[in-house]
Design a protein around this ligand. Sequence first.
Ligand SMILES: Cc1cc2nc3c(=O)[nH]c(=O)nc-3n(C[C@H](O)[C@H](O)[C@H](O)COP(=O)(O)O)c2cc1C
Length: 326
Amino acid sequence: MAILKRVIKSFVPAPVFVLLKQNYRKLLVIREAAIDASRHIKYGAAEDDLFSGSGTSRHLECQLTKDYHRIEKGLALKHPKHPFGEGVRSRLELGLRRPIAHEQLPEVVGHAESALEALEGWNTREVIPQMVSPTVRSQSVWEPILNADAQGVLEHFFSSRRSVRAFDTSKAVDHDAIRQAASTALSTPSVCNRQAWRLHVFTQAEDVSRVIRHQNGNAGFGGGVPALAVVTVDTRLFAGAAERHQRWIDGGLFAMNFAHGLHAQGLATCMLNWSMKNDASNRLRESAGIPAHEDIVMLVAIGHTENEFRVARSPRRSLDAVLEMR
Ligand SMILES: Cc1cc2nc3c(=O)[nH]c(=O)nc-3n(C[C@H](O)[C@H](O)[C@H](O)COP(=O)(O)O)c2cc1C
């Protein structure tokens, strides 16, 4: 490659060489994006409407988890829809019929079965079991911190953040609290300290409602979100084929620290996915006044909670399933 470069350089004028080099680098970006796409197609799971119960056990786990969590989330709303979950129920039943689910995914099967039971209980008797949708008291975040040792305080702080889908709409979100949380998030590490993050925060009801309408994961609680942040990154700060994923990593880390900063201010959050196509991103940019050179990482719903509120169970994997000490 180095020899080819030297040969071309000796034959073509310098400006032409720069032009060739620029276009070659652009081709590299396209090549890498195409490889990303083909890996995604090759290894990824089917979308909801194409789920037939086939695929590997990991694909099955993906669908079962998505669907049982939909039930948990639905039951964690302030006013759960009644009845709900017909599509979810039939996909879960289809997935649970596969022997591979019981052989290889006993924990996931347990979560799916208890969620199905909870759905049935809600749809027929309007009962919500604690197991699938536990009740949390808002003071529980800070109470154990008094008298605890420093390590315990920190562990409690991180483990007590939960996604909240039932906000107290009578309490406005203080701008200073958001500023403080954003300031905390500024300590987030980033690639070569590029700090590409941007935060677009909306606290006026009409702005929140206009912007959140573009997001697809807030059914049942989007109308009761007191404040909304759109986390973006400045695409201009990343260069070349090798950095094509970096913005999502840096943006995700920043969003996490922002959520923890809000948690420290006593504010609850729910991160909201931006798994959308480019057309939808353009529409959101227009609606939220976000410049074209910013990429959307996620949205974050923000608000106070009532004294008691339900959260989705969101069971965790065991440590051994995640940690590989070598
Ligand atoms: C990037 C990201 C996107 C998410 N998108 C949504 C969403 O669109 N709607 C929603 O209700 N929850 C969403 N969540 C919340 C997850 O469901 C939640 O974090 C997970 O179940 C773990 O529960 P916990 O946050 O209470 O610990 C999202 C979380 C992340 C990190």
